[in-house]
Design a protein around this ligand. Structure first.
Ligand SMILES: CC(C)=CCC/C(C)=C/CC/C(C)=C/CC/C(C)=C/CC/C(C)=C/CC/C(C)=C/CC/C(C)=C/COP(=O)(O)OP(=O)(O)O
Ligand SMILES: O=P(O)(O)OC[C@@H](O)CO
Ligand SMILES: [Mg+2]
Length: 246
């Protein structure tokens, strides 16, 4: 288990709107992943978010909230990840909603547990693209320019290449990583088993597995070991979420 997002290699992203049995959650929490992120682009409420956090808190796992709505600002997470969509012209998704939340919340916040994510959404069919009006870049050069904007100009700690729902172009992802100076590259989209996890883990700093949890649980769980193999670290040697008794 890696406490800080600067060391996460593998993340499970849980959607609080979707059903997840206790048995499935138990397997995920014992998988050895580095962290759980609760998030989604629709159907996120205070109640479903806090209920899922409560279930996760039965395990010694790192939990982050990826904020997508001001209605679900639940306290008690280890980390708060704040997305800002770079490839939209709709200001509300870049800084607008954020500024509105900060008008009330800022005096009470612990900024040491908050990290900004510069998002580039590359699947134009995704709910997130539709919601935010993201315009999908057509060339690698366009994506690299967004990466430079996030990393070198705004100096956000996380640059997120988001293909939510489809497996992306790993050659692009690899080249983005090579150009980043200090931001950590999160990649998410279409990782449904060990082979894609291996490819994505070679290309990005951190890989995010979402939909596979609900569509192919055993494939999703196998992505953790695939990442450890890329790193040459056997799962049994990880200080992950494994070493606790049932
Ligand atoms: C009380 C308390 C706990 C206070 C601290 C909270 C805190 C740290 C506040 C910080 C203030 C702040 C700046 C808040 C942000 C406010 C906000 C609502 C911002 C908007 C964020 C945003 C751009 C949302 C758009 C949707 C989006 C990009 C979500 C990211 C996650 C994502 C893309 C998930 C994928 O969704 P999914 O449904 O799985 O996939 P599909 O699209 O394929 O369906
Ligand atoms: O759901 P998938 O396609 O795995 O994508 C993961 C994550 O990047 C979604 O925000
Ligand atoms: Mg999802």
């Amino acid at each position: 288990m890696q406490e800080s997002f600067t060391h996460w290699r593998h993340i499970f992203k849980l959607d609080p709107e979707k059903d997840l049995s206790d048995d499935a959650l138990d397997k995920l929490c014992r998988s050895g992943t580095d962290a759980f992120v609760i998030g989604g682009s629709s159907g996120i409420t205070y109640d479903n978010t806090s209920a899922l956090l409560e279930r996760l808190r039965r395990y010694p796992v790192v939990c982050a909230l990826e904020i997508s709505t001001d209605e679900a600002l639940v306290q008690g997470f280890d980390w708060y990840l704040v997305p800002s969509v770079l490839n939209t012209s709709r200001g509300e998704w870049i800084t607008g909603r954020h500024q509105q939340v900060l008008r009330d919340a800022e005096p009470y916040m612990d900024w040491s547990r908050v990290a900004a994510e510069g998002y580039v959404i590359l699947n134009e069919q995704s709910t997130a693209a539709g919601l935010t009006g993201a315009v999908t870049p057509e060339s690698l050069e366009d994506v690299l320019a967004y990466a430079a904007l996030a990393d070198k100009l705004f100096r956000v700690p996380i640059f997120y290449v988001e293909y939510s729902g489809v497996f992306g172009n790993m050659a692009w992802v690899r080249q983005v990583k090579e150009r980043l100076a200090s931001a950590r590259l999160f990649y998410g989209g279409g990782i449904d088993g060990p082979e894609r996890a291996r490819q994505a883990a070679q290309a990005a700093h951190t890989i995010v597995v979402g939909n596979a949890i609900y569509q192919n649980l055993s494939g999703a769980i196998a992505t953790v070991e695939a990442v450890r193999r890329v790193d040459g670290v056997p799962l049994s040697a990880c200080s992950g979420t494994l070493p606790f008794s049932s």
